[in-house]
Ligand binder design. Structure first.
Ligand code: HEM
Length: 352
């Protein structure tokens, strides 16, 4: 019976309020479980904002690895990769690639000679529409073990507190290993002379459903020539782009794609730790870079080299980085594509 003391509107509102309360309680429980209430939760926005240099980000550009130049070419598979993965681009044949040589800095004004880590974004396409995207760097391991630690490192390195880096390094001993590499590894004068390493691990699944945890590297066929850093400092601020655009005129540039297979106990979730040198390594084909194109008008500009964009036969592993990278790259991509007017595709850039 309807009470004479309650209006019809209030009667109808009763169940609505109850439903709202129930839905709200579920949402709160979900948000709590997802960690949304934790102030220390790492969000893509927080991470991407942290990369910004003191003068702010270069609008329309990538929020990290901001300097770069596009290339096109092919991946020539020799068929050996099919024993490990059913990915279509491992079947013998040639597959088109769109890539990007780049520098690990968020500062678009950084001179090439001041940036220690160089990288490559790569997309290999197979007939039928499947693509494999990967973004690799030339160091043999990552500076830190977790995505949270990378955020901490970026914050510490941009901090005004003179002790911030010392405090961070004290809490992250793996950083010293990277520091030793950065101090001692030779510099080269060309993107063509660098290896590019996935560092993150992935799971390969073969047609017979065998699975292996792997990492991959592109090993250059060009002989690396060490150039003292003070000699590089005398070169033009964008000498790497200029050099690669000139070098390609002498013919295509090649890298061998090598897949390294983990053994039980290898640190598959931690890219700051190298796997032992004696792990099985399978040469699966050759990346052939045929043309260099300016970034602004080239085909790599609007590609998001999200490392979780994978074909059948390649999946993510227990390594937490690819998922964290995926959400940060998407945030960066969303920002830069919305700002496209600041980086128009017609901008004349380094002429290959
Ligand atoms: C949680 C860890 C990481 C974060 C938050 C992060 C963040 C970013 C961001 C925001 C971009 C720009 C993406 C875009 O706008 O398209 C980027 C690009 C890039 N990152 Fe990372 N990164 C991480 C780990 C790594 C690792 C482990 C590697 C190498 C093994 C790497 C290599 C690269 C490369 C090569 C690019 C340039 C790709 C391109 O040319 O588009 N990053 N990163």
């Amino acid at each position: 019976m309807i009470s004479p003391y309650r209006s019809p509107a209030r009667v109808a509102l009763g169940p609505m309020v109850l439903i709202a309360l129930v839905v709200g309680a579920f949402a709160a429980a979900f948000a709590y479980t997802a960690g949304w209430f934790l102030p220390e939760r790492l969000t893509p926005n927080k991470v991407v904002d942290a990369f910004a240099p003191p003068g702010g980000p270069a609008l329309g550009h990538r929020r990290n690895h901001v300097k770069g130049i596009c290339f096109t070419g092919i991946f020539e598979a020799n068929g050996a990769g099919s024993s490990l993965s059913e990915a279509p681009m491992f079947r013998p044949g040639q597959y088109p690639v769109i890539g990007r040589f780049n520098l690990a800095t968020a500062d678009i004004k950084a001179a090439d000679a001041t940036v220690r880590v160089r990288g490559m974004g790569l997309q290999i396409a197979a007939p039928g529409g499947q693509v494999w995207r990967t973004a690799m760097i030339d160091s043999p391991f990552f500076p830190v073990s977790t995505p949270q630690a990378l955020y901490g490192l970026v914050v510490a390195s941009g901090s005004k507190d003179p002790d911030a880096m010392k405090t961070f390094a004290g809490a992250h001993p793996e950083l010293a290993h990277f520091g030793a590499w950065a101090q001692s590894a030779p510099w080269t004068g060309s993107y063509a002379e660098e290896p590019y390493n996935s560092l993150n691990s992935f799971v390969f699944t073969s047609a017979s459903r065998a699975t292996n945890v792997v990492r991959w590297s592109l090993l250059p066929s060009a002989q690396p020539v060490a150039v003292p850093p003070d000699e590089l400092a005398k070169r033009a601020p964008d000498f790497l782009e200029q050099e690669i655009a000139k070098r390609i005129k002498g013919g295509p540039l090649r890298w061998t794609l090598v897949i390294k297979v983990a053994e039980p106990g290898d640190p598959t979730a931690d890219p700051s730790q190298e796997w032992p040198q004696n792990r099985r390594a399978v040469d699966v084909g050759t990346l052939i870079v045929q043309a260099i194109e300016p970034e602004a008008s080239g085909p790599c500009r609007d590609i998001n080299y999200d490392p979780t964009v994978l074909p059948t036969g390649i999946g993510t592993s227990n390594d937490p980085f690819p998922a964290a990278r995926s959400s940060a790259y998407r945030r960066s991509y969303d920002l830069r594509t919305a700002e496209a007017a600041h980086y128009p595709a017609t901008t004349p850039e380094a002429t290959p």
